[in-house]
Design a protein around this ligand. Structure first.
Ligand code: NAD
Length: 508
């Protein structure tokens, strides 16, 4: 392969590939601009890697696996200890890049990095996470034990909305388990991801253990079908996640796909009014609604439907501006295309008869006239057949539906195909207990609007929001990134009694 080696990948020019520990310039003819969504300024160009480059990255990972899998657990863990310290040290710098390329506020960008950092901290506990089991004397003189062994080269494909957290869900846990990794970040905002990868190299991740390729569908498909890749982690939209799950599964890989969502917040009239309204507005409009766990539907039970004017008043106070400006609550959406999609869906809500309480279309932000801004948007009177209910909008749009009872609310949520997150707001322990038992959604918040578990647990979205049994991080991902090998062993003393030949199935 014809490559030129670069010392530093994150200079704001052409983004490099990471192959075998070297930052290399792609030879591709296909490039895409990385654009600041508040200004349309081009920050850099990202290559769509060629097939040869993807093959070179996988081959480097395959070679590195031979030694990395034998590297002692303690040595792998100490790299993670170093990495967490480096991320902490560089968090503010990376947050600037992240905010510029993604649009979210600086504080939220720091939060994005912090939630990923927590996974790296958890990877430092690998010594007690990657343990097998042992049972002594399961039959006469026979012991059985399990080994949790790394599986080989793993790949990760990540979305635009958390360019720090989601790559950090993947590669630290995969490599600390003894695997090697090929990461394919979002082509819309790969710069902050690349900065985190640079820190991983600085922390001591050896050449070939972590590789980065850039691109879109072709690169993703190449990873999903490559014979040397054993497992694929995907986070992104439902359509692409389903494609990745099917394609990689068909090619014999272990796959986990975390996908789209429609997250409901059920509000009972006994809930703490101010806390609930604050929570709804923060969870619906924070990060411009571009979180897979954003609250996008409020289900108002009984008299809580009277809270709509307060909800509107609070949402109206949010400041829409570039993420880099102090005091900003709602930044731009990622692209012109996303802007058109979100405003088109708002149009559809009006056409289909929902009441537009607050209209964020066409919002003007002085100094950022070219930005992809949508202001907080609130609909009431929504029904479940409207597109604003059936589709994931992924913008700062909150819709409200009204029902009479908690049972009605549970039935409504359970009839929705997605199962990422749900919230209940109430002061009643009995209602909360009934809700957590009967609701068919993988992550439940009780008076918590965005119930993303900390890394000692796992991310457990369900139904239409997830394919594959095991979620990212926590104990589940250690299972995902390892193969259990069960050993049944018997040892003979020199003076052991000769058992003779046994042709039956049972052990003695
Ligand atoms: P996306 O599906 O468009 O892109 C995700 C990745 O897939 C990117 O790396 C992209 O390059 C690649 N890709 C895009 N089109 C492809 C195609 N046709 N074939 C193969 N690969 C392709 O998602 P996005 O817009 O970047 O992210 C937003 C989506 O991600 C939302 O639906 C959101 O709910 C979801 N998300 C889910 C979670 C979760 O944990 N469930 C977390 C974050 C985001």
């Amino acid at each position: 392969m014809n490559v030129s080696v670069q010392p530093n990948a994150s200079k704001l020019d052409d983004v490099k590939l990471l192959i075998d520990g070297q930052w290399v310039a792609s030879t591709t003819q296909e490039w895409r601009d990385i654009v600041n969504p508040a200004t349309q300024q081009v920050l850099a160009r990202v290559p769509f890697a060629t097939t040869d480059e993807v093959d070179a990255a996988v081959a480097a990972a395959q070679r590195a696996f031979k030694t990395w899998r034998l590297t002692p657990l303690g040595a792998r863990m100490r790299i993670m200890l170093k990495l967490q310290a480096l991320i902490r040290e560089h968090s503010k710098r990376i947050a600037q890049t992240l905010s510029a390329e993604q649009g979210k506020t600086i504080a939220d960008a720091e939060g994005d990095i912090f939630r990923g950092l927590e996974v790296v901290e958890h990877a430092c506990s690998i010594g007690s996470l990657q343990m097998g089991e042992f049972a002594e004397n399961v039959a006469g003189g026979v012991d059985t034990y399990t080994l949790r062994q790394p599986i080989g080269v793993c790949a990760g494909i990540t979305p635009f909305n958390f360019p720090a957290m989601i790559p950090l869900w993947m590669f630290p846990m995969a490599i600390v388990c003894g695997n090697t990794f090929v990461l394919k970040p979002s082509e819309q905002d790969p710069l902050s991801t690349v900065q985190l990868v640079e820190l991983a190299l600085e922390a001591g991740v050896p050449p070939g253990v972590l590789n980065v390729v850039h691109g879109g569908k072709e690169v993703v498909d190449a990873l999903c079908t490559h014979t040397d890749i054993k497992a694929v982690s995907f986070v992104g939209s439902t359509a692409v996640g389903t494609h990745v799950y099917d394609l990689a599964g068909k090619h014999g890989k272990r796959v986990q796909s975390m996908m789209g969502a429609k997250n409901h917040a059920v509000v009972l009239p006994d809930a703490n009014r101010e806390q609930t309204l604050n929570a709804l507005v923060g969870a619906a409009f924070g990060a411009a609604g571009q979180r897979c766990m954003a609250t996008s539907v409020a289900v108002l039970v009984g008299k809580s439907r009277e809270w709509i004017p307060d909800l509107k008043a609070l949402a109206q106070k949010l400041k829409v501006n570039a993420g880099s400006e102090p005091g900003t609550d709602v930044g731009p959406v990622i692209s012109r295309r996303a802007l058109e999609r979100v405003t088109g869906l708002i149009d559809s809500g009006v056409q289909e008869g929902a009441k537009l309480e607050l209209d964020g279309r066409g919002v003007q932000v002085p100094g950022y006239e070219q930005g992809n801004f949508v202001g907080p948007t609130l609909f009431s009177g929504v029904t479940t057949d409207m597109q604003i209910y059936t589709q994931e909008i992924f913008g700062p749009v909150l819709i409200t539906l009204e029902v009479d009872t908690l049972d009605d609310a549970i039935a409504l949520v359970n009839a929705n195909p997605f199962g990422n997150g749900v919230g209940l707001f109430t002061q009643s322990g009995a209602a909360a207990r009934k809700f957590q038992s009967e609701i068919d959604v993988g992550q439940v918040g009780i008076n918590i609007p965005i119930p993303v578990p900390v890394p000692s647990f796992s991310f457990t979205g369900s139904r239409g929001s997830k394919l594959g049994d095991l979620g990212p991080y926590g104990k589940q991902v250690v299972q995902f990134y390892t193969q259990t090998k069960t050993v049944t062993a018997r040892w003979f003393d020199d003076d052991s009694v000769n058992d003779g030949v046994n042709t039956t199935i049972n052990l003695k």
